[in-house]
Design a protein around this ligand. Structure first.
Ligand code: SAM
Ligand code: SF4
Length: 330
């Protein structure tokens, strides 16, 4: 084992989100533009071998949690092969995947066979026309079928369903989502809309807060607070009668930067130590020009020492991200 990876505010880094592609088959309004994003060339994207090497170096420093994301990770071919490689990395004990769900119909089984045990599926509406409005694709049924397929594998738990909460859009389905969490083995979570939309229309007034949503649910279904690990981004709430669980991820109204344990690696191999920091550290060039594991470790440690104390969303001088969530890896 190597010494732990720690930033200058004494936060220990234990979690990395790895984007496997910047491409996506949806065009969610809060994430991508309707058209016109420039895709990375195939040669610019890290290979599975390169991702495995970085994960191995990070795991030796105590980064035990890896989440694969994108873009839409499952549009990249052979992601189960990457899962199979990563579950064998010493020290990497928690591997998860975030997906829009449309490929789960065919890939849930191969992912489980490869060793995946945790999955998050993004789903912003349970109504066909509203789903199509927000994702700009009419594919709700495929996502629901993907979720049903995931449910067939009891090893794949918890299944988390994540909805982005936007004022003027989400309110009318809050109770339907709560009922989904009661009816199905899904932990349904609301994530506050963040200024990571390629269209750059985000305004603080568009954020429907977790507290507001929880109050709406409690008018119908009383909730009780559940324990969550200190570094968790989500507040956990259970239904008072014991049936089902909800989560609230409130980065805008209740920032959790002081306990942040995360870094990100973009599809092209850039290290991002904060979602909202526009500066990145290139890992691909050293990876491809013969850097040793120790040299890569030193580059990563130096970048982590510069991790920002906090995001400044809503504060004067806040600069909207130059990249969309799909280009960073959510
Ligand atoms: N395509 C996959 C998906 O949608 O699950 C993985 C990548 S996506 C960028 C990861 C997560 O980021 C999704 O849950 C998505 O809803 C969320 N997301 C994207 N843009 C966001 C924004 N502006 N604010 C809050 N969450 C956002
Ligand atoms: Fe694609 Fe996920 Fe972004 Fe939606 S949130 S456009 S599914 S990357």
């Amino acid at each position: 084992m190597r010494p732990p990876l720690v930033d200058s505010f004494d936060r220990r880094i234990e979690s990395v989100r790895v984007s496997v592609t910047d491409r996506c088959n949806f065009r969610c309004k809060y994430c991508m533009p309707a058209e016109g994003l420039q895709w990375l060339q195939r040669t610019e994207v890290l290979t599975f071998e390169e991702i495995e090497r970085l994960a191995t170096i990070l795991a030796a420093m105590g980064v035990f949690h890896v989440r694969l994301t994108g873009g839409e990770p499952l549009v990249r071919r052979d992601v189960p092969d990457l899962v199979e490689r990563l579950v064998k990395v010493p020290g990497l004990t928690d591997l998860a995947l975030t997906t829009n769900g449309i490929a789960l119909r065919t890939l849930a089984g191969p992912l489980v066979d490869a060793g995946l045990r945790r999955i998050n599926v993004s789903l912003d509406s349970l109504d066909h026309s509203r789903f199509a409005e927000i994702t700009r694709r009419d594919m709700l049924d495929r996502v629901l079928e993907g979720l049903e397929e995931a449910e067939r594998y009891p090893e794949l738990r918890p299944i988390k369903v994540n909805a982005v909460a936007m004022r003027g859009f989400t309110e009318q389905e809050v109770i339907a989502f709560a009922e989904l969490a009661r009816r199905k083995p899904y932990v349904v979570r609301f994530i506050e809309f963040m200024p990571l939309d390629a269209d750059r229309t985000w305004k603080k007034a568009d954020v429907l807060t977790g507290a507001e949503i929880r109050a709406m649910i409690e008018t119908v279904y009383p909730l009780v607070r559940l324990d969550a690990p200190a570094s968790s981004t989500a507040e956990r709430w259970g239904f008072a009668d014991g049936t089902g669980e909800m989560g609230f991820i409130n980065p805008v109204s209740e920032p959790f930067c002081s306990s942040c344990d995360r870094i990100r690696i973009t599809a092209e191999g850039a290290l991002r130590t904060c979602l909202f920091a526009n500066e990145e550290t290139d890992l691909r060039t050293p990876l491809r020009s013969g850097a040793s594991d120790l040299e890569l470790e030193q580059i990563i440690r130096a970048a982590v020492l510069n991790k920002r104390m906090k995001h400044e969303i809503g504060e004067p001088g806040f600069v909207h991200s130059t990249k969309s969530m799909s280009q960073i890896g959510g």
